[in-house]
Design a protein around this ligand. Structure first.
Ligand code: GLN
Length: 557
């Protein structure tokens, strides 16, 4: 079966939600019974985002095969059933790495190696590889039209149209139609310019997804259609929405999927979006609220924990709750107990997410102590499991300086230390334990009750691990190891049986959570937090009632 291609480009400004648009189109095509795959090309020179700062790049999304990829792949997986791997995300750096390796091997037989055809051929080959066994491959080109570095990708998709024809390729351009307050008008000029830029490199868009904060009137649509040379019905209002999960519904109301099917000569099947409608209904009709505090660094930049935030939303939706998340800067908790009391007292649940480096660790340890002692539901992910072990070793087992060798290489108690097989490997790129690993869950544990399974598979991204030399000391004091690799080498999950909900995992469950399939660990954590919230509010109310009924003592009595 030869796949059809949808190429998604962006114009005017970045951050218009191209990734979400691509994911939503994938979702809509699946709702029409088609099989899709999605891929992203990032024009930057880094080989992958693995070594980039979360401030620069946002989250690094990890696939089952251990690729460190762009966060848009997270959207693709959350919105569709596509199974993504390292083949689904390419950067200029990785394309060139391949070409240079080939050149060194002499594969080009003495020819001059050039952007056209060698770089473009490499790009096209990567596209064709993921398009096998699917009806439609959706290809997102990162950056905005006009960027120098995205030119080879634009040229490659232009050639794809040339090779495969109109029936098999479709150009979708995401652009901005801003409302200018001073003129009280929507402006189409930026879109016209962006399309002109695309035309100058030989690409005529078929569909325009116009990002805007209000519906585009018929007049505006026909104006854009006229100037940009597209059908009027191909000018789509991509209106801002409060929940990303509404985007497929907005697009379906605008008829995008019907148009795509027509342009690509695909058989229309009835659309089935019932599950998405139900999710969106829940988003806007919660029965109550749950408040989660996330203690970490990089808190000021939400994109660095994209999947985490979404997984919490999924966990909340599973209980029909509205999620209230607050990010708490870990460094601010270093003063200890009193600050924790002040800053953490109002949360129903606390979470320490993954992270790297020393900054904020002591604050996380204080927060975890607070959660453990006050019986606040706690969920520690990767670094959050490691810091939970450090806290337990220090404050329960009395190993005062216990630490991870990542933060204190000279610590006398390396409760967390470097993965033994990697000891001696110091480069940053590609030296981590990455991707899917099987974990055996101990029967009779909270983890087992939550998963309802003996074996699970979850994705990893870490260098350090629990040091089994401390297993006896910690477990004797009440910590339970609830999950390990089947050969027993790596500790994957810990919990505290004498706590209502205290779980740590070495892996990143957030990467596998979807709105329609909320991850069991997030669902359980949010559920436990909600229960505690109810108890906490009830306690507060009865304390207030007590205060109200207390007899007032008269002066001198
Ligand atoms: N820094 C820790 C490690 O490398 C935790 C990593 C993480 O949280 N992703 O093991």
């Amino acid at each position: 079966m030869s796949a059809k291609y949808i190429f998604v480009t962006g114009g005017v400004v970045s951050s218009l939600g191209k990734g979400l648009a691509a994911a939503s189109i994938g979702c809509l095509l699946e709702s029409r019974g088609l099989k899709v795959n999605l891929m992203k090309f990032d024009p930057y020179l880094n080989v992958d985002p693995g070594t980039m700062s979360p401030f620069q790049h946002g989250e690094v999304f990890v696939t089952d095969d251990g690729a460190e990829t762009d966060l848009d792949l997270g959207h693709y997986e959350r919105f569709t059933h596509a199974k993504l791997s390292r083949d689904n995300n390419w950067t200029t750096g990785r394309i060139y790495e391949q070409i240079i390796a080939k050149e060194r091997r002499g594969d080009y037989l003495g020819k001059t190696v050039q952007v056209i055809p060698h770089v473009t051929n490499e790009i096209k080959a990567a596209m064709k590889k993921v398009a096998q066994d699917v009806d439609v491959a959706i290809v997102e080109i990162g950056g905005t039209v006009g960027d120098i570095e995205s030119l080879p990708f634009m040229e490659a998709i232009r050639q794809m149209r040339q090779e495969l024809g109109r029936k098999n390729t479709l150009f979708m351009h995401v652009t901005l139609v801003p409302f200018i307050a001073a003129a009280q008008e929507l402006k189409t000029k930026p879109t016209q310019h962006s399309v002109k830029e695309l035309l100058s490199i030989g690409i005529q868009p078929d569909i325009l997804l116009c990002r805007t904060d209000r519906f585009l009137s018929k007049d505006i649509k026909s104006k854009i259609a006229l100037f940009c040379n597209v059908e009027e019905e191909a000018v789509i209002t991509a209106k801002d929405v409060a929940s990303i999960y509404e985007v497929p519904l907005v697009f379906s109301r605008e008829g995008v999927d019907t148009l795509v099917l027509r342009y690509l000569h695909l058989e229309p099947k009835d659309r089935d979006l019932k599950d998405w409608e139900e999710i969106v209904h829940r988003v806007y009709n919660p029965k109550a609220e749950v408040t989660i505090g996330i203690v970490g660094k990089y808190v000021e930049y939400e994109d660095s924990y994209k999947s985490l935030k979404e997984a919490l939303v999924h966990g909340a939706l599973a209980h029909n709750l509205k999620l209230q998340v607050n990010w708490i800067e870990a460094e601010g908790l270093e003063a200890g107990e009193r600050v924790c009391e002040e800053q953490l007292g109002d949360y129903d649940g606390l979470l320490v997410p993954g992270g790297f480096g020393k900054r904020g660790i002591e604050g996380m340890v204080h927060a975890i102590r607070y959660a453990r002692e006050k019986k606040v539901p706690y969920f520690g992910i990767c670094l959050g499991m490691q810091t939970a072990c450090i806290e337990f070793a220090r404050n329960v087992c009395g190993l005062a300086d216990a630490n991870s060798s990542e933060f204190d290489p000279a610590t006398p108690h390396r409760v967390i230390y470097k993965l033994r097989e990697l000891t001696g490997v110091e480069e940053l790129g590609g030296t981590m334990r990455l991707g899917a690993w099987t974990c055996k869950i101990e029967p009779g544990t909270l983890a087992h009750r939550i998963y309802g399974q003996d074996e699970i598979s979850e994705r990893h991204r870490h260098r350090y691990e629990f040091n089994r030399e401390y297993e006896e000391t910690l477990t004797a004091a009440g910590l339970r190891i609830s999950g390990s690799t089947p050969d027993g080498t790596y500790v994957e999950m810990i919990e505290l049986p004498d706590h209502p909900h205290f779980i740590g995992c070495q892996f990143h469950p957030e990467f596998k959570s979807k709105p329609l399939e909320p991850h069991p660990l997030f669902k359980a954590f949010v559920g436990a937090a909600y229960e505690r919230g109810i108890e906490r509010r009830a306690d507060r109310e009865s304390a207030a009632v007590e205060l109200f009924h207390r007899p007032v003592r008269l002066a001198n009595s």
